[in-house]
Design a protein around this ligand. Sequence first.
Ligand SMILES: [Cu+2]
Length: 480
Amino acid sequence: MKNRRGFFRSALGAGAGISAAGGGWARKPAGDLPQGSPPVIVQTPDLKDSPFAVDNGVKVFHLIAEPVKQQIAPDKTIDVWGFNGSAPGPTIQITQGDRVRIIVDNHLPEPTSMHWHGFEIPHRMDGGPGISQDPIAPGGRFVYEFTLHQAGTFFYHSHMAMQEMIGMLGAFIMHPKASYTPPVDKDFVILLQEYAVLPNNSVPNTMNMEFNWLVLNGKAAPATTPLIVRVGDRVRIRLINLGMDHHPIHLHGHTFYTTGTEGGRIPQAAWMPGNTVLVGVAQARDIEFVANNPGDWMLHCHLPHHMMNQMSSMVGPMVQSGTGIPAGVSMNQGMGMLEGTPGAPTGDDYGPSLGRGLGVGSTNDQAVTNSPLHQSPTGSDRSMHRGMAGMQHEGMQMDVNVAPNAASVPGFPQDAYMESPMMAIDELVERPQNYGLRPGWSGFMQGMMSFVRVLPEREYNEISEKIRRAQSNQSGESSR
Ligand SMILES: [Cu+2]
């Protein structure tokens, strides 16, 4: 267990969580920004920016469509398709009026085509496979080149539907020539995706209509990297959705205005106040607010099932017998792909199994339950506590606070055993941006959740310094 924890820390905490996090506002994209560029660079937490070269005044980007391993949670790495090593791919940032060339190489085992979503560009550059161009063959290349007169939050994606669902998208930010007013101090982009990853699989089932992993910039909470802002900052968050569901994104503690869509800037007279913005499929929404309320404010999709990880839980009256009913089918059986009994979760033989939690220690084949049931098929002498994922995890707190008569209350359990300090994995997702969060916080953060941490000057500077140090350690390591 120690080894594993050490591994995760280095793999997620010191590795992807920071380097890919790009949480540092000091960071600039590789390549030189031309004069006249807006001073505020869009940050994409947990993802990288695309570098570019300049060739005769043309900004040249290079995207490689390829299979990637994306670590979406400490104990979960999935096989998806993306660009340049991640899914979503790197964020492209240009300035209105730029001429850009994007070289797309196809390292996938099948044809692909790149669509520039909402771009007003010549038809032959639109990336519609079979409509505006031949699909790019495996091993092939297509060079897109166009001049961009628009400004706003855009994105790119494969125009093959299933390829979209296995990760092939990325943000494309077009900065306005003259900064929007009022200017912002911090500017973030978050891409919303969903995956259906069946037990014992690493490849998402793209045909599925239901999803058990809901991710922001390729990470499920608590592995998402918080947005760090200073009290008084004006903040923009650009939300981009490409999946099967619409996501109502809610921010705690602040009222924001929706200032942009996938079509660009909304005139100020039409800005809408709110604290929840619905980001429909294939849409972008920019929200802006003044971060005038200090605190660690949750930012999350408000669809209840999108605030969970690998949910497959069944809760409620099945546990009311008081004596308990058999649970403890393995992950292999418990998500209900198998028909009949034993093995079907709705069958007569088994109670509910498999928590909605991150499932550290249970993601593969351990028999778990999220309710106070006994483990019948897998070991008669195991206590009910040992059946719970969280409680099998070293260092977990053991106090699950439920009433003595809990099992006789209709509806119990709902969130007991699913959200609690018991599920916390603070250490496994440790990174500078999480510094100072309330201990046990990670037990309550799942799925499409992150934070906007509105920090007073001192805390802000402290965390900024930690981020800078982590980044220079990182670059030191990689240059060795
Ligand atoms: Cu959602």
